[in-house]
Write a protein that binds this ligand. Structure first.
Ligand code: PLP
Length: 412
């Protein structure tokens, strides 16, 4: 066996082997998965815009007018009028002075954290932040302090330890695997007290929470207090790519320092035009967001009625935490046999011992579909695992333990 085959074998032994499944057709509520019809409960196409006719037409039209690709990075010849136009609309939508497009949310997070957390400084990162933020911290010259999930005492302790070297607090707005919302008001207060910047990743919040889907920062009324707001075009906005909202000097700084923007090709015109059309639809039809929020409630209630308790919440991300990777995978496979596709999520995406089925709701689901899904998912989870899930939830006030990946010692 080669070392690669041995490594694969080890991944399999730990129950962490992943493979790509094949979807046919657009990301609607029902799709063909590896050739079989299933109800889709793990897409981030929250508002049903990826397959909306106007979004598709906008992409097709842009491809015919401007071509399929931008041909170069923004700083060479890849900067086009449609990039600027979308940036203006996004800034307006989020209530910021400026917006700057990036190739993806992953590229935005790694690029911005690296640009803002320099050698000799400390960046503070929530233990459950998205992998792209973790990688940004790893790339940055700064030390990283990982505070326990949403634990403001731990964050405050870390800020005190840093003795003025703190440069950035970074958090998901809506946590991608748990669906809870960051304590932004408290984070902003601490940032002010300790003179650090705040960066919020609203990848899952854009189009799903806040007034007219404007995100977690708008929901908390903190548009003027957050230094950098990241959003993706790849989830509720139904396209691909990402953006950063900030003030003008920050945008100019990022154009000059964010390596993932400087050294990567600009977004293709079809992606830009699709996102612009999606944003327009979001503004014209805020009821889409209300329907998504209603659907999130419907699924949570239906799961509870089927004796599968989930943490209280209002976002379209509904985790059913089952513990061991094998338990989550088996439950996901059983649900799939009965026609519901809800992906099992395992380490390293979530902490060890918190593997789960992560259900995501779309505005395009019907109530009937969501109730059917809840019945099937509940049946797929064995009684013992269901009781363990209920116990875990009761203990949920004890947060996941964070650590540090370099630099400062842990508080605990
Ligand atoms: C999906 C996601 C990203 C990555 O965005 P892409 O545009 O898919 O690269 C970043 N942060 C969070 C919190 C996410 O959920």
């Amino acid at each position: 066996m080669t070392d690669i085959e041995t490594a694969l074998e080890e991944i399999r032994d730990r129950g962490l082997y992943r493979r790509m499944r094949m979807i046919a057709g657009p990301q609607g509520p029902r799709v063909l998965l590896d050739g079989r019809p299933v109800l889709l409960l793990c897409s981030n196409n929250y508002l049903g815009l990826a397959d909306h006719p106007r979004v598709r037409e906008a992409a097709a039209d842009a491809a015919m007018r401007y071509g399929a690709g931008a041909g170069a990075s923004r700083l060479v010849s890849g900067n086009m009028r449609i990039h600027r136009r979308l940036e203006e609309r996004l800034a307006e939508f989020k209530g910021s002075e400026s917006a700057l497009l990036f190739g993806s949310g992953y590229l935005a997070n790694t690029g911005v954290v690296q640009a803002l957390a320099k050698s000799g400084e400390v960046v503070f990162s929530d233990a459950l932040n998205h992998a792209s933020i973790v990688d940004g911290c790893r790339l940055a010259g700064a030390e990283t302090f990982v505070y326990d999930h949403a634990d403001m005492d731990h964050l405050a302790w870390g800020l005190r330890q840093a003795e003025g070297r703190g440069s950035l607090i970074v958090t998901d707005g809506v946590f991608s695997m748990d669906g809870d919302i960051a304590p932004l008001t408290e984070i902003v207060e601490l940032a002010r007290r300790y003179d650090t910047r705040v960066m919020v990743d609203d990848a899952h919040a854009t189009g799903t929470v806040g007034p007219a889907g404007r995100g977690s920062v708008a929901a908390a009324g903190l548009e003027d207090e957050v230094d950098v707001l990241v959003g993706t075009l790849g989830k509720a906005l139904g396209s691909y790519g990402a953006f950063v909202c900030c003030d003008r000097p920050m945008a100019k700084y990022l154009v000059n320092t964010a390596r993932t923007l400087i050294f990567s090709t600009a977004l293709g015109p079809p992606q830009v035009a699709a996102a612009m059309a999606a944003l327009e639809l979001l503004r014209e039809e805020p009821r889409r967001v209300e329907r998504l929020q209603r659907n999130s409630r419907v699924l949570r209630e239906a799961l509870a009625e089927n004796e599968l308790p989930t943490a209280a919440g209002e976002t379209p991300i509904v985790p059913v935490v089952l513990g061991e990777a094998a338990t989550a995978v088996a439950a996901s496979e059983r649900a799939l046999e009965r026609g519901v596709f809800a992906q099992a999520i395992r380490p390293p995406t979530v902490p060890e011992g918190s593997s789960r089925m992560r259900l995501t709701v779309m505005a395009s689901h019907t109530k009937t579909e969501l109730r059917e899904a809840a019945r099937i998912v509940a049946k797929a989870v064995p009684e013992t695992a269901r009781r363990a899930a209920a116990r875990r939830l009761a203990e949920a006030s004890a947060p996941a333990k964070g650590g540090v990946f370099d630099g400062l010692a842990d508080a605990a």
